[in-house]
Structures are given as C-alpha cells and as structure tokens.
Design a protein around this ligand. Structure first.
Ligand code: SAJ
Length: 423
C-alpha cells in the first residue's frame, strides 16, 4: 500500500487520527469531510477535536504533503468509511451517513480497489447495505473490488497508542478482501491483525461495547443497592476486586459517549427478543442521571431557588466530547426542575445546556452556589479544596465519581455526598 492513495471519508474522532497515521507512514491520503467547517479548519492548519498529540501529527502529515483535505472523494486505491452512526429517537441505527459516504464512492470505484467500513454498524451492514450500493457501479464485491469491515476499537484519550498497538479485526466479504485489509493497516498497526468474515467483525465490535455497558450497569446497580444498605459500594468493590477473577467497574452518573451508550441498541435492533440483558443494562445506565439528580436534590435539602454548580459536562474525564453525556442531561434535568444551574467544563468551554448558565471557571460557577455537583472526574477537579469553594453560599458537595478528597472537604466544613455511598 505504501506510496499508493487512500481516501478516508469522515474526519472525526476516528477518521482524522487514522488519516494522520497513514499519512505519516508513507501512504498518500485524501481526507474527506462533508462538513465545510471541518475542511476549512483543517486546511488552516488547525484541528476541530481534542486528542493528545493529534494537532502535531495532523500538522506533520499535512506539512509532508501526504495528507490533503477535501470536501468530496477522488479516485484512490483504497477507501475507508469512518462516519458516525448515531441512533434515532426509537433507538434504531441512523445509517444515513454511511449510505451517503458509500454513494460518494460509487462514481470513483475502480477494478482492484479496496473499500473498508470502520463505522460501528448493525450486523450485516457491510454485506446488506454497503455492498449493494457499491455494486451499483457495475462491479462485483469479492471479484472486481475488495470489501471489508474493520471496527475501530480505540479509547478516546489514548487513541494514538491504541490505534497502533491494539489488535485489529478485519472481516472481509471474502478472504482476499480481509487479506487486502491487513496489507493496508499493517502500514502502522503493530498489534495482531486478525482476519474473519464481515458480519463476525461487525458483531465483535458490538459485543465488546455491550460487554462494557452490561458491566457498568452491574456496577451502577451495586451502587443503588449499597445506598439502600447504607454502606459504601466503593469499599465493597475494592474488596471484591481482590478476587482473582472479579473485576467490577466503576459506578457513575450514567454512561455516555458516542459508543457504549449507542452500540448495544444495534444488537437489540438485530435481535429484540434475545437481547434482553443488553436492553436492561441500557435502561439501568440510562436511569443513572435521574438518580444523580435525586442525590443533588437531597443535598440541596429543599433550599428554594437553590443554585447548583455542575462541574464537568463531557461524557468522561479529560476529553472534549459531550455526545450522549449524562452530565449534560443532569444539568438540563436540574434546570427543568427549577434550580438555578451553572455549568463549567474546562474541556467543553461553550456547551449549550438548556436552561443553564455557562461559566468559565470553578470559582465563577460555585460563587453563591448552594450545592456543587462534580459530574466528571477531570484532572482539574481533583484538587477541589475548601479554599476553591469558599465563594459558595451553601456547603454541600456531591461527588458522582468518588474521586474528590472527601476528608479534606469535610474538615473544611463541607457536607459531601458520594454516589453509591451512604458515608
Ligand atoms: N464509565 C463508567 N464506569 C466505568 C467505565 C466507564 O461509568 O467503569 C462510563 C464513562 O464515564 C463514560 C462511558 O462509560 O460515560 C464510556 O466510557 P469508556 O471509557 O468506557 O468508553 P468510550 O466510550 O470512551 O470508548 C469505548 C471503548 N470500548 C471498550 O472499552 C469496550 C473503546 O475501546 C471503543 O473503541 C469505543 O468505545 C468505541 O468507539 O466504540
């Protein structure tokens, strides 16, 4: 694949790092995004998303001439589709972006090309949706061109490490397609490259994220039980995890992000009568924001017109992504209930939270507040001390992630509620 041309459609959290990696490993990459703003930002030498090391790598790639960014696809040897697959109101997959990207490729598809779908998709998308669209070109998958599914599996916040080192699964519509995919990714992947068929590869990705979702739901359910029993779930989890075959995850205010909060629904869609546990886990996790609101309301203890400072809005620590974020939902629910809500997030400076007032520092958000609810465990909040909260009117802190220095805050006269703990 070296010195040949690769067209990557979708320059988001996955497409852009992937484009930069290929481009800095000897592949000529045409990066495509249908969003003009994204194309404009990248062509000015800037980036539109936050990820450690991304800015430097994109600059290096563009500076070398190996990465160019455009609004429309061009002929290439290989195409990677890395567009979002959100879900609709009824929790079924919205495949429009995949359809558009695939249709974009059709006029450029040539004999000998390789097309890879990376977007997380319901089972059989590659063979049932992408293949028929590509075959409108008059060419046949597995004969005239190669087609494979290869899920991205990287963890936002450590994308570059994981892009390179994680094992990569490549499922072809035939074996030759999977092999062609391996040849492509071996430009930079040092992890094992495992070949299979396309539908199995789609299923692998959905199973991984459903497993994580179910395990987080279990931790959240333990937290609810522990609150009723008036013990600390955190202590119980720590002790249980001494067992050599037990690894309980962390409870929290809910599960967000573009992956785990969405992908399990694709399995429910594929097999509604069978995916019972998967559906239930989604419901448990989706109920956590409301549970967190009830903890905050208790901390406000009936103060009329209470002012609540919500610290953190992104879906997890130290990323800038607010998609499906439980913290956003909690702030909106509080505002809807009539609280005066102030929000602050160092990574998402101008989020639109319905009914809430955006602020630009911990001090501004907490000044005159009755309750401070820490919704995301950003590094910046780890050092939350009585001194930083001295402008508050009340003295209540809600820690939804069990990461604050509770003793320090209590010694400073604060009453601290920790999710999952009566202590
Ligand atoms: N969370 C908890 N408790 C935990 C772990 C996570 O409440 O113990 C919450 C987080 O706060 C967050 C959500 O779950 O709201 C998801 O965070 P995450 O760090 O578990 O996962 P993502 O969404 O950032 O990335 C996941 C990863 N999948 C797995 O770990 C199985 C990543 O490898 C995938 O590439 C990514 O989804 C994806 O794109 O599908």
């Amino acid at each position: 694949m070296r010195s040949r041309t690769l067209c990557i459609i979708g320059l988001g959290y996955i497409g852009l790092p992937t484009a930069a990696m290929f481009a800095t490993h000897g592949v000529r990459v045409i990066g495509i995004d249908s969003n003009e703003r994204v194309v404009g930002v990248l062509n000015k030498g800037d980036i539109h998303i936050e990820e450690e090391g991304l800015r430097e790598l994109v600059r290096k790639a563009m500076g070398s001439g190996n990465l160019v960014v455009r609004g429309k696809p061009e002929p290439a040897d290989a195409f990677i589709i890395a567009v979002p697959t959100p879900f609709k109101q009824d929790k079924t997959a919205d495949m429009q972006a995949v359809i558009n990207a695939t249709e974009f490729i059709v006029p450029h598809l040539r004999r000998g090309n390789l097309v890879i779908l990376e977007s997380t998709s319901p089972p059989r998308t590659t063979t049932g949706l992408v293949q028929p669209i590509l075959e409108r070109s008059g060419l046949t998958a597995g004969k005239d061109f190669q087609l494979a599914y290869s899920p991205e599996r990287v963890l936002p916040g450590q994308i570059f490490l994981e892009l390179v080192a994680n094992a990569r699964v490549i499922g072809g519509v035939d074996h030759a397609s999977a092999v062609a995919g391996r040849d492509l990714y071996s430009a930079f992947v040092t992890g094992e490259i495992l070949l299979t068929d396309a539908t199995t590869a789609e299923m692998v990705k959905l199973m991984e994220n459903a497993t994580r979702d179910v395990n987080i739901a279990l931790a959240n359910e333990f937290a609810l039980i522990a609150e009723k029993l008036e013990i600390s779930v955190w202590e119980a989890i720590k002790l249980a995890n001494y067992h050599p075959r037990v690894k309980i995850l962390r409870p929290g205010p809910g599960v967000g992000g573009h992956c785990i909060a969405i992908d399990p629904w694709f399995l429910v869609e594929a097999a509604p009568d069978d995916a019972k546990l998967i559906r239930q886990a989604r419901l448990v996790n989706d109920a956590m924001p409301m549970h967190t609101v009830s903890l905050i309301e208790r901390a406000a203890a009936g103060t009329t017109g209470a002012v609540v400072a919500c610290l953190g809005l992104t879906y997890k620590a130290d990323v800038d992504d607010t998609r499906e974020s439980p913290a956003m939902e909690i702030a909106e629910l509080l505002a809807h209930k009539g609280y005066v809500v102030r929000v602050y997030d160092p990574h998402a400076p101008a989020p639109h939270v319905r009914g809430a007032h955006a602020t630009s520092s911990v001090e501004e958000a907490t000044r005159g507040a009755d309750v401070v609810a820490v919704l995301v465990d950003h590094v910046e909040f780890r050092t939350l001390s009585p001194a930083r909260l001295s402008g508050m009117r009340g003295r209540s802190v809600v820690d939804t992630r069990n990461f604050l220095d509770v003793d320090l805050l209590r010694r400073g006269g604060f009453s601290v509620t920790v999710l999952g703990s009566a202590r």
